[in-house]
Structure formats: structure tokens, C-alpha cells
Design a protein. Structure first.
Length: 201
């Protein structure tokens, strides 16, 4: 089951890398690419890391890191909404062109500034290295999709790519033509942006 879940997570990461459009300083839902995001959702940020994050990397364990390059570069919310310790943003993936992160569950709705900050400024102070505005809504759902081509459905040639929602069965296997859903079966729909819940992170 762990191997199935690992494959699904890799697909979700790939979706997050292709869902949005690379633009200057924009925050989007990592699943849908929409500019509305919700508290506790996975987001993609474009246009703030160039010249600051020279490498590509990803989180490899939990808890997710809040700083990279030895902690010298990190993301935080401005203004501080619930205390500085809760103001850091956890990271899934980072590169010179894109950062995927987990928006804190207790962030305020409305226009919220996400700042990229860099340690080691004058006097040892952290200095701003870029920022982007997030349009935070109460709910902003987006469904992760599987961008792979399924020739058993498309038929000969497979000239058209079939985009399907990422849905798995209870064991973590993708629901598709080789593993179709059955009546009464429990399924997991992979999405983000549902907003606050009783089990918010």
C-alpha cells in the first residue's frame, strides 16, 4: 500500500508542477492553477525565487521543512497574523521558477502577502528577497489530475491526452481502466483548497 501511495504522491507533485502558468509573482492553487486559494491548501508560487533559490529540491520527510539552503531562505506571511512562530510556510518543492508550499490553516482571508526572505543581511538581519499576493478565500477547491495518456480508453493512436481526476481505492491504487471503481467501493479523491475543517493542519 505504501508503494501505491508513493506513486500517487509523485503524480500529485507532477500535477502541481504543470497546473499553473509560470508568471511573475503569482500564487495559485497547486491542483487547479486558479488564483483563489484557501487556508490549509497546497499552493504554487511563481516569480519570486529567481536569483534567490539556485537549486531544485523537494521535501523528503515529515514534518515539512520551513527553510531551505540550510535555513537561510524561507517563506513567511506578512503581516503576522497569529504569531511569528506560526508565520513560516512549510515547503513541498522549490526551484528558481516555482515553489510549492502549504498555506497555513489559520491565515486570514483576503489579500495576503507571502514574502520570500533571506538570512544574512546587514547586521545578521533577515532581508526580503521577493513577495507575492495570495487571494485567500474561505474555500477554493481544486482537484489534482493525472496527466498521463490512457490508450485503453482513447483507442488507437492516442493522439489526444486524457486528463482524469486522481482517485484511488482504499489500498492507494489509482482508479482507472485497469482498476475500475465498483459499486459500494470506498474511494479517495485527491484535492486541495477545501478550507478549514475539524482536522486542519
Amino acid at each position: 500500500m505504501k508503494s501505491h501511495i508513493s506513486r500517487v504522491l509523485k503524480t500529485v507533485l507532477l500535477t502541481a508542477l504543470i497546473a499553473g502558468t509560470s508568471c511573475a509573482q503569482v500564487v495559485v492553487n497547486a491542483a487547479s492553477g486558479a488564483t483563489a486559494v484557501a487556508p490549509g491548501s497546497i499552493i504554487s508560487i511563481y516569480g519570486i525565487a529567481a536569483g534567490v533559490i539556485p537549486v531544485t529540491g523537494k521535501a523528503t520527510s515529515l514534518p515539512l521543512p520551513t527553510g531551505i539552503l540550510g535555513g537561510r531562505v524561507y517563506l513567511s506571511l506578512l503581516p503576522i497574523t497569529i504569531g511569528s512562530s506560526a508565520n513560516l510556510i512549510s515547503l513541498f518543492y522549490w526551484s528558481p521558477s516555482q515553489v510549492n508550499a502549504l498555506l497555513p490553516a489559520k491565515v486570514s482571508t483576503g489579500a495576503v502577502t507571502i514574502a520570500l526572505r533571506q538570512a544574512g543581511g546587514p547586521g545578521g538581519a533577515d532581508v526580503p528577497a521577493g513577495s507575492a499576493i495570495a487571494n485567500v478565500q474561505t474555500q477554493a477547491p481544486g482537484m489534482f489530475v493525472d496527466p498521463t495518456t490512457d490508450c485503453t480508453i482513447l483507442g488507437a493512436g492516442c493522439a489526444t491526452q486524457l486528463i482524469r481526476a486522481i482517485i484511488t481505492d482504499a489500498s492507494g491504487q489509482l482508479i482507472n481502466s485497469r482498476n475500475p471503481a465498483r459499486s459500494g467501493q470506498s474511494m479517495v479523491i485527491w484535492l486541495t483548497g477545501l478550507g478549514l475543517s475539524a482536522t486542519a493542519p
